[in-house]
Design a protein around this ligand. Structure first.
Ligand SMILES: [Mg+2]
Length: 262
């Protein structure tokens, strides 16, 4: 079911709240702000929480964990699923990760070759500008950022409002890589993974890890539209709060905390 951030009555039936990162807890690639930090800490006191993103652990660390400053009590309630569950991290005074899915060196080579082939097309789409690393190896996922991972946020947000550039790159890459899953990641990026390694992979992993069923999970994400990276979670039957941006996520969390008190 699609859940309205302004009506969180369903919260009471949930044991785990899972969040996307970019566009949901933070601006794309941004830092979590103080209000969000406080709200997440409040939520961690009353529910288990998961963070699931196509990004690597280091991104979650930089964007969120450095600000959250978890104690053991809080940390136990939080599970991290970077690269959509390609690995899982739990907290026991420090974060400990286990790799759940990995691309082989051969597979990585095949993917990088295909990216280099479509990069020409991408250069035209971005006026030959680039900032930082364009290809990132995340073990279970290769991410291709059309502008590089250090591009200014305003530029990234403005680049492809209507998705047509990313859809063109996604299509070209998918044609070259029929044995992989190619999907739109962030505002300028394309993620390539083994088939099935989308967010449903991570959700299934955490369900078995925490012994939860679908009905006990509430998911919060900003890309809950066809081809969006949060959409498969909704499609698999997880109740999903669709938010427009981090401000709306704050409203959703406030309404969850309110529900708990009624
Ligand atoms: Mg997002």
């Amino acid at each position: 079911m699609m859940i309205d951030p302004y009506n969180l009555e369903i919260f009471k039936t949930k044991k785990l709240i899972a969040f996307d990162v970019d566009g949901t807890l933070t601006q794309p690639k941004g830092l979590i702000d103080e209000e969000m930090t406080t709200l997440l800490k409040e939520l961690l006191k009353i529910r288990k929480m998961a963070i699931i993103t196509g990004e690597a652990f280091i991104n979650i660390e930089n964007q969120i964990l450095t600000k959250l400053n978890l104690t053991k009590d809080h940390g136990q309630n939080l599970t991290l699923l970077p690269t959509n569950g390609g690995s899982i991290y739990t907290f026991d005074n420090k974060w400990v990760g286990t790799l759940l899915c990995k691309l082989t060196d051969e597979e990585k080579k095949e993917i990088i070759t295909a990216i280099n082939q479509v990069d020409q097309q991408s250069e035209e789409l971005r006026d030959n500008k680039s900032y930082g690393l364009e290809i990132q190896d995340r073990n279970s996922q290769i991410t291709y950022s059309a502008y590089g991972d250090k591009a200014p946020l305003e530029l990234k947000l403005a680049w492809d409002n209507d998705f047509h550039k990313r859809m063109a790159l996604q299509k070209s890459l998918q044609e070259k890589l029929p044995n992989f899953e190619v999907k739109i990641g962030g505002t300028t990026s394309i993620d390539i993974t083994p088939p099935g390694l989308n967010k449903t992979y991570g959700i299934n992993k955490i369900m078995s890890f925490l012994k939860l069923n679908k009905e006990e999970i509430l998911y919060v994400g900003d890309s809950v539209y066809e081809k969006g990276n949060d959409f498969p979670v909704f499609q698999m039957g997880i109740d999903t709060v669709k938010v427009a941006n981090p401000d709306e996520t704050k409203i959703a969390i406030k309404n969850m905390l309110k529900e708990e008190q009624t």
